[in-house]
Design a protein around this ligand. Structure first.
Ligand SMILES: *Cc1c(COP(=O)(O)O)cnc(C)c1O
Length: 466
C-alpha cells in the first residue's frame, strides 16, 4: 500500500472526526455567510504527483475552494427550487458513503431491501396506491426520462412494435401533449429518441393560469383520430406552482388512448398538507409519476423517485440480463429497473429523514415553507416599486418591477439582491414579462429569514427606482 494511503488508513477515525468538525463549522456558519459567492474559484492547479494525504486535501479544500461555495443548503437560497439537507438526511448521506453499497441488488446485502422499504413510505406519502412500484434515480429529469421511456415502450405495444428491441425509429412520430411542461421534458424526449419537436403545448386556462385547459386537451386528443399519445400533466409549475386537474385528465382515459405521465417534481409534496392535498387528487391514475427528493424532501443531491404502474415495461426497457438468461422474474433487482447498473444507495438519506421526522415532521416543513412564501408575497405586494405576477399558490413568489420591467432592469434587481448576500432568487419569463422567483423549500427557513429577504428585495427595488 502506498505509504500516504497506509497512513490515512491508520488514522481513519481521526480523519472522519476532522471532516465532521469542518462540516459542523460550515453548517453552523451558513446563516452568517453571503448566500452566493462570485468569482471565488481558485485557478486550476496541475494534477499532484505526490498526494498530501486526506488531512492535507482537507486543508487545501478549506483554504482555496470552500470560500467559494454557495449557501445553497441555507434558509435564504430561494433560487430554482432548492432544498437543503435535514440533519438526519446528512447523517444518512454520510453513512451511504461510508458503507459504499452498490444498490443494484442481488449482492448479498440488505441495502436493496432498505430502498424498497423507503419507496413504500414515499408511495404512501404521495398518495399512490399499491399498483405503483418505483426506484430511486438521480433527479426529476431522470425520473421524467424513465417515465417517457416507458411511455415509448407502451406506444410501441399499441403499434405492435418492441421499441426496446427495434429502436425508436421503428415507432415513427409520436404525439406528446402538455400544458406547461418543465424544460426537462423536451430534454427527456430528446434522450429517449421521441424528439423535442414532438412536444405540442396545449393552451392553458385563461387569466394567468399555467394549468392546462382540459377541454382543449380533449380536443387535441380527439384530433388524433384514435392514435395513441402521451400526455404530460404538470403538478406544480416552477413559476406559479399551478396544478393541472389530474382527476379530469385521468377521466379522459375513458375516451382516449394515452399514457399519462405526471411531473410532480416538487408539487407532489402538496399531498402532505391537508389544506393543499386536493391539488394532487387523481395522481394515482397516472401511468408514471416523477417526484424529486432533493427539493422538498430536503435530502442532499442527488435523489428523486420514479413510480409506474407498468413494471413489466420497465423491465423490458431497462433489464440488464444476457439474452440467454431471459427476463428477470419475481421482484426484479434495481439493475433491471433503472438507467444505471451500479448505483449509490441514495435511498438511505431519505430513509433517515423519514425515520427521524416522519410524515408530521415533513408536513411541518411543507406548511411552514408555504406560510413563509405567502408572507413574502404579502410583503412584496405592499412595496410600491414591485408587483406580484401571480397569486402565491403554494411555495413560490413570482414578482416583477411595477414600472418598466425590462429584462435588464429585472435581472439587475436579482443581481442586487444576490450581491447583498442576503438572498438568492432566480429570474424567469412568464406570459411575456420578465420576473423573479423566490421558491421556499428549505427546512430551516424561518419568519426572520423571510423578513431579511423582504428587506433585501425592498432595498434593491428602491435602488432600482433611484
Ligand atoms: C426541478 C424540476 C425538474 C427537474 O429536476 P432535476 O432534479 O433538476 O432534474 C422537473 N420538473 C419540475 C416541475 C421541476 O420543478
Amino acid at each position: 500500500m502506498h505509504p500516504v494511503l497506509a497512513d490515512d488508513l491508520s488514522r481513519l477515525p481521526e480523519l472522519l472526526q476532522s471532516a465532521r468538525d469542518f462540516a459542523a463549522r460550515e453548517v453552523a456558519e451558513i446563516e452568517a455567510r453571503p448566500v452566493v459567492q462570485r468569482d471565488k474559484a481558485p485557478d486550476p492547479r496541475p494534477l499532484p504527483t505526490e498526494g498530501a494525504g486526506a488531512q492535507g486535501a482537507l486543508s487545501r479544500f478549506a483554504a482555496s475552494w470552500a470560500p467559494g461555495f454557495a449557501a445553497t443548503a441555507g434558509p435564504r437560497y430561494l433560487g430554482f427550487v432548492t432544498g437543503g439537507a435535514t440533519p438526519a438526511a446528512v447523517t444518512g448521506d454520510w453513512l451511504t458513503s461510508a458503507y459504499d453499497q452498490n444498490a443494484a441488488g442481488g449482492d448479498g446485502s440488505s441495502a436493496a431491501a432498505l430502498e424498497r422499504e423507503t419507496l413504500g413510505w414515499l408511495r404512501e406519502l404521495f398518495g399512490l396506491g399499491e399498483a405503483h412500484s418505483g426506484a430511486f434515480v438521480t433527479g426529476a429529469t431522470m425520473s421524467n426520462t424513465v417515465g417517457l421511456a416507458l411511455a415509448r415502450e407502451w406506444l410501441g405495444d399499441r403499434r405492435g412494435i418492441r421499441v426496446s428491441e427495434a429502436g425508436a425509429a421503428a415507432l415513427g412520430p409520436v404525439d406528446v401533449l402538455s400544458g406547461s411542461p418543465h424544460s426537462s421534458i423536451p430534454k427527456a424526449l430528446s434522450v429517449v429518441g421521441i424528439g423535442r419537436d414532438r412536444l405540442r403545448t396545449v393552451p392553458v386556462l385563461p387569466s394567468g393560469r399555467e394549468a392546462v385547459d382540459v377541454a382543449r386537451l380533449a380536443e387535441a386528443l380527439e384530433a388524433l383520430d384514435g392514435r395513441p399519445a402521451v400526455v404530460v400533466a404538470n403538478a406544480g409549475t416552477v413559476n406559479t406552482v399551478d396544478f393541472d386537474d389530474l382527476r379530469a385528465i385521468a377521466a379522459l382515459k375513458e375516451r382516449y388512448d394515452f399514457w399519462l405521465h405526471v411531473d410532480a417534481a416538487f408539487g407532489g409534496f402538496a399531498a402532505l398538507s391537508p389544506e393543499h392535498a386536493h391539488l394532487t387528487d387523481g395522481i394515482d391514475a397516472a401511468d408514471s409519476v416523477c417526484v424529486d427528493l432533493h427539493k422538498w424532501l430536503n435530502v442532499p443531491y442527488d435523489a428523486a423517485v420514479q413510480f409506474t404502474r407498468h413494471r413489466e415495461l420497465q423491465v423490458r426497457v431497462f433489464h440488464n440480463a444476457s439474452p440467454y438468461l431471459g427476463l428477470p422474474t419475481g421482484e426484479p433487482d434495481f439493475v433491471h429497473l433503472t438507467p444505471e447498473n451500479s448505483r449509490r444507495l441514495r435511498a438511505l438519506p431519505a430513509w433517515f429523514s423519514l425515520a427521524a421526522y416522519g410524515r408530521e415532521g415533513h408536513r411541518e416543513i411543507v406548511e411552514r415553507n408555504v406560510a413563509e412564501a405567502r408572507r413574502l408575497g404579502e410583503g412584496i405586494a405592499r412595496v410600491p416599486g414591485l408587483r406580484l405576477l401571480a397569486p402565491v399558490r403554494l411555495n413560490v413568489v413570482c414578482f416583477t418591477l411595477a414600472g418598466s420591467a425590462t429584462e435588464e432592469r429585472v435581472h439587475a434587481l436579482g443581481r442586487a439582491v444576490a450581491e447583498s448576500g442576503e438572498a438568492f432568487l432566480t429570474p424567469t419569463f412568464l406570459d411575456g414579462t420578465h420576473a423573479l422567483r423566490a421558491a421556499f423549500s428549505n427546512w430551516r427557513t424561518s419568519g426572520a429569514d423571510t423578513d431579511r429577504v423582504l428587506a433585501a428585495v425592498t432595498r434593491a427595488a428602491g435602488e432600482s427606482e433611484a
